[in-house]
Design a protein around this ligand. Structure first.
Ligand code: 3HC
Length: 311
């Protein structure tokens, strides 16, 4: 890289300026942004699948309408983020191809099955709750289009988290069987939700550069700690027990101490060995293939409109 231009770029980032698509940027900045934003978009789209499983089984029309709205939001988040990534010179096809070929990742959390309705509450409360923790700082990420996409996404994530918590509140105030379902869902989703924040800071290859270039504003462990501190009191309000015998409030630190995460499980799921990873990729490939006619029709319509304009 041209050292002068790099120094000017780093001064702009250090001054909390937004970098815009037509600004000069180091190739490594562009590359890591395409990596992170496209994987964020993949996570939103794949994240629609676990919940879709319960759309037709929702216990009431109200719950079905809420879930429908949430799934629709996730699709919109994916589209914003693919568009933000395209401003960096990549294309939708390239990003989708990378996902289907297993070269691009999506959040590990979506490789776990949704076994019953309580899971829909646990996903909203814990998964979207973790996403909010991770995404609020991203509203100040140094790349302009990404930061701006985050503003609306964060507003909608708050609704997602709220409806999940409210769903579980209904269940814990229901029958003993419903309370047991809510506890079982917390038991299965708690640790995978902590893994959403990524590996520990001392084993996070992208963090140093992402922190220096203010793509990442807080580290994986800082955000994970914030999530635990905010969520444990909510579990207590629900009358549920967090499945971590080492969890305890540490007055000195002003944070909760918590047990160690099973990083072998994390890396196995990142490698694609999650419980329903295969089904998720099969569903995405099928959606892409079955949707080809829509893309072809849109392209044909566009070509016809352009030729009419030219005539
Ligand atoms: N699932 C899958 N891969 C993960 C992961 C996870 N939970 N956590 C980390 N990884 C991957 C990283 O992508 C990286 O691999 P790569 O270099 O091939 O991309 C590797 O593990 C090492 O991790 P690092 O900490 O070095 O990587 P990052 O600095 O990129 O940090 C991150 C990881 C915190 C997830 C960061 O990329 C990030 O903040 N991404 C944007 C937010 C996002 O993607 N959230 C997904 C949650 S789902 C969601 O928001 C949908 C909502 O509707 C619920």
């Amino acid at each position: 890289e041209d050292p002068e231009r790099l120094a000017a770029f780093e001064a702009r980032v250090a001054a909390d300026e937004y970098i815009e698509p037509n600004d000069w940027m180091p190739e490594a900045y562009r590359r890591t942004l395409v990596r992170q934003i496209s994987q964020h978009a993949h996570s939103e789209i794949v994240g629609m699948l676990p919940e879709a499983n319960w759309l037709t089984r929702a216990p009431s029309l109200k719950r079905k309408a809420i879930l429908l709205a949430k799934i629709q939001d996730e699709g919109g988040h994916g589209l914003y983020l693919y568009c933000a990534a395209e401003t960096l010179g990549t294309s939708r096809e390239e990003m989708i191809e990378a996902l289907h070929a297993g070269r691009a990742k999506y959040s590990t959390i979506f490789n776990y099955p949704t076994l019953n309705w309580a899971d829909i509450g646990a996903i909203g409360w814990l998964v979207d709750g973790a996403a909010i923790m991770n995404q609020v700082p991203l509203q100040r990420t140094s790349y302009g289009p990404y930061a701006r996409a985050m503003v609306r996404i964060c507003k909608e994530e708050s609704f997602h988290q709220r409806q999940g918590y409210d769903l579980l509140l209904t269940m814990v105030n229901g029958t003993p069987a419903q309370r047991a379902m809510a506890q079982d869902a917390l038991n299965r989703w708690w640790w995978p939700a902590l893994m959403m924040f990524g590996p520990p800071d001392d084993n996070s290859p992208n963090s140093a550069q992402s922190m220096r270039w203010r793509i990442k504003r807080e580290t994986n462990d800082e955000l994970r700690q914030k999530f635990v501190d905010a969520t444990v009191p909510q579990a207590e309000l629900l009358g549920l027990t967090v499945p971590d015998p080492d969890l305890r409030w540490n007055e000195e630190r002003g944070h909760y101490d918590f047990g160690s995460i099973n990083w072998d499980e994390f890396y196995a799921v990142v490698r694609g060995e999650g419980p329903v990873a295969r089904e998720r990729m099969d569903a995405r490939r099928a959606a892409w293939d079955n949707g080809a006619w829509v893309r072809d029709a849109a392209a044909a319509f566009e070509a016809k409109r352009a030729s009419r304009k030219a005539a």
